[in-house]
Structure formats: C-alpha cells, structure tokens
Design a protein around this ligand. Structure first.
Ligand code: PGA
Length: 249
C-alpha cells in the first residue's frame, strides 16, 4: 500500500437524515494520528450531501456524490442534478461509471462527458470499471478494461484528479471476490495501461466489490492498490472501522 489509503463509502440509495449519527465513530477514528493515512470519503445519496458536509467540517473526511445526470451546470432540467450543484453542497468527489448506472444506459461516451464536466467543476472523479461474469468466463477482462479506460478517459489530459476503481460486476454485492492472484494480475494490467497509454503514473487505483472485514486482510496483501470502494460494509460503521483498522495497523 502506498501513502494515503482510500476508503470510499458508497452508500447507494440508503441512508436517512437520522443516519448522520451513524458516522460518529468513524469521525473520531479519522482524528486519531494513527489513522492519518486513511483518506475517508463518504458518498451518501444526494439528499444527504449537505448534511454530511456540515457534519464532517474540520475533519479529514471528504464527501462525494454517486453520479449526476446533466452536463450543463444549470438549466431547465426538471428532476436533474449537475456537477456544479454537487460542488455547491461542499462535496469534492463524484463516483462515475458505476456498473449499476451502466446497467441502466450509461455508456463509456456519456461517462467521458461527465468526467469532463466534473473536472471543470473541480470535483475529483472516482471512475469505476469492471467486467461481467460472462466476460470474465470468456477471458475478455483485459480487453473490456482497456476499452473502458480508453473511451472513458478520451481527450482528458489531466488525470491527477481521477481515481480508478476496479469493480468486477460479478463481485458487487455478491460476497464473491477475485482470487488474490487474479486481482494482482488485473491491477498490474490496469497500471500498465495507465502508464503506457496515459503516462498516468500517479493515478490512484482502488478495488471494489464485496470488501468486508473478513476478506480485507487477504486483499491487503495485494501490492499496488491505493485503497477500496466499499458498498454494503460501509453502511455499518463497525464494519467500516474494522476494515480501516485491519488495513492500517
Ligand atoms: P459492495 O458494493 O461493497 O456492496 O459489493 C461496492 C460498490 O458497488 O461500489
């Protein structure tokens, strides 16, 4: 593991106003010098962005959204949200290209345009890439990942505000994770592509998909990872804390 270790909590469509107190212990942990290296980023639903930003003011914790749907900053788009409006809540990150959004029509092209809009609005991007089980079985993983990277990052020169999260789709919410051997190979492959095609030596690379307190110690053996994108387990603060503590010891 490198310097800062990312722990990005993707709350998906969960969380109520009252959920805010369920992050109290994570806030305390983030203030402890022992966990200074932990870069904790909460991505709650849009409805909680402002509340999370207020709650975490004067801490190292940062806040991000899980998507947005308009490329224009403002406009007559009923029910929509833009990068600019997310930024206005005090948030500094956005997850883009999550497979749950790709499944309902998000394309590499639309993700590319959203990345540009996010960067223009000074949001850091967490770009998700990953293959389906069928693609994995057909040994197409590398091809799919290279294609997604190529198209999502097209004409984006400055990549320092982009984090890549490798999330195999078959692993999300299923309890299944790749073997360490497999994951290590894929991470090295993604690094190679980033270094060769994009000269992006410093792009942070995360793993996501069923990360939990039971498998985290094994995952931590994988070199060249900069952290994790965590769904289900991040909503239970004792699980989230357990993952952080087992990673930084
Ligand atoms: P999971 O979700 O940890 O619940 O598998 C990860 C994600 O979808 O980002």
């Amino acid at each position: 593991m490198t310097n800062n270790i990312y722990f990005i909590a993707n709350w998906k469509m969960f969380g109520k106003i009252s959920s805010i107190n369920s992050i109290n212990k994570v806030i305390s942990l983030s203030k402890s010098p022992k966990y200074k290296k932990a870069k904790i980023i909460y991505c709650p639903p849009y409805t909680l962005l402002e509340k999370f930003n207020k709650k975490t003011i004067n801490t190292n914790i940062q806040i991000g959204a899980q998507n947005f749907d308009q490329l224009s900053d403002n406009g007559a788009f009923t029910g929509s949200i833009s990068a600019k409006l997310i930024k206005d809540t005090g948030s500094s990150y956005v997850i883009l290209g999550h497979s749950e959004n790709r499944k309902i029509g998000e394309t590499n092209k639309s993700i590319n345009l959203k990345i540009k809009s996010a960067l223009k609005n000074n949001l850091n991007v967490i770009l998700c890439i990953g293959e389906t089980l069928k693609e994995k079985k057909n040994k197409k993983t590398n091809k799919i990942l290279a294609y997604q990277l190529q198209h999502c990052l097209k004409n984006i020169k400055e990549k320092k505000n982009i984090i890549i999260a490798y999330e195999p789709i078959w692993s999300i919410g299923t309890g299944l994770i790749p073997t360490n051997e497999n994951l290590q190979k894929i991470i090295l492959f993604i690094r190679k592509i980033l270094n060769k095609n994009y000269k992006s030596l410093k792009v942070k690379l995360l793993y996501g998909g069923s990360v939990n307190p039971k498998n985290i110690q094994d995952l931590n053996k994988i070199t060249q990872l900069d952290g994790y994108l965590i769904g289900g387990a991040s909503q239970k603060q004792h699980y989230f804390i357990d993952i952080i503590k087992k990673t930084i010891n």
